[in-house]
Design a binder for this molecule. Sequence first.
Ligand SMILES: NC(=O)c1ccc[n+]([C@@H]2O[C@H](COP(=O)([O-])OP(=O)(O)OC[C@H]3O[C@@H](n4cnc5c(N)ncnc54)[C@H](OP(=O)(O)O)[C@@H]3O)[C@@H](O)[C@H]2O)c1
Length: 284
Amino acid sequence: MEFRRIGDIEVSAIGLGGMPMSIEGRPDEDRSVRTIHAALDAGVTLIDTADAYHLYADEVGHNESLIARALASYGGDTSGVLVATKGGHLRPGDGSWTQDSSPEYLKAACEASLKRLGVEAIGLYQHHRPDPRVPYADSIGAIRDLLDAGKIRMAGISNADPDQIQQAQEILGGRLVSVQNQFSPAFRSSEPELALCDKLGIAFLPWSPLGGIAQAGELGSRFAPFGRVAEAHGVSPQRVCLAWMLAKSPVVLPIPGASRPESIRDSVAAVDLHLTAEELALLD
Ligand SMILES: NC(=O)c1ccc[n+]([C@@H]2O[C@H](COP(=O)([O-])OP(=O)(O)OC[C@H]3O[C@@H](n4cnc5c(N)ncnc54)[C@H](OP(=O)(O)O)[C@@H]3O)[C@@H](O)[C@H]2O)c1
């Protein structure tokens, strides 16, 4: 396994995205637990989740609770695993995603996540998405208060633009450790945020790195160069995609989602796939 830095700790360069195990199309608990255990067996020490990764209105935190149970039932040592959760999104149960990033809501959401994860302090707490009804400074101010109170060990943001990254870094007094934005062959518009994170030495976690749950399987046919490079190496286009991202900057830590053990095993192997400068240019 290759390790990369988030704040003051090193975690696996490839993380596990937990969302597909808790939203529409999710598998049963047994397959989910096997998927999380397969990730741990493969050396994954970064798991991304959110309180909003659930399907029905009455099961907020479904994914956090699932991850806590899977870590508890794992036979090996999980002390080095960083569970990165988020607050600020809600799912009323009709398939939609709503928002509340008021300081009061974020602080209450963090308390609930702490209980579900069964920890004294959350390893990495990420503000999920800027809420147009709440000044960004107020939302990030709540994250700063959570840091100061020791409720969270590290603070991150998500779905932020370069100005918001700078603003968050200022409000947090230089303690912003990660930015999680959408980034994939299909969605390239977070290049400026990636470049800024590289400059500032802040971890950049691409979300939906394979194009999202619905399109991840078609990556090689939708983006022909990824298919061709994959064929040349005898590996999956998804693995090529993750290797391409890892090569962009040492601050990049992709978090591919999985609901099957074989998916995360294949994705983790991207750390051992080294692409030539020519191949990287072609994929770019
Ligand atoms: N911050 C945000 O606003 C935000 C938004 C969306 C997602 N996220 C986070 O980002 C994570 C990743 O995004 P995502 O799950 O939406 O999309 P994704 O990672 O682009 O795609 C996930 C799908 O890819 C498939 N897959 C994974 N590895 C594969 C491989 N090596 N070969 C073939 N198929 C593979 C999985 O299939 P199987 O299910 O069959 O295993 C899974 O359903 C989420 O899980 C979540 O933690 C964050």
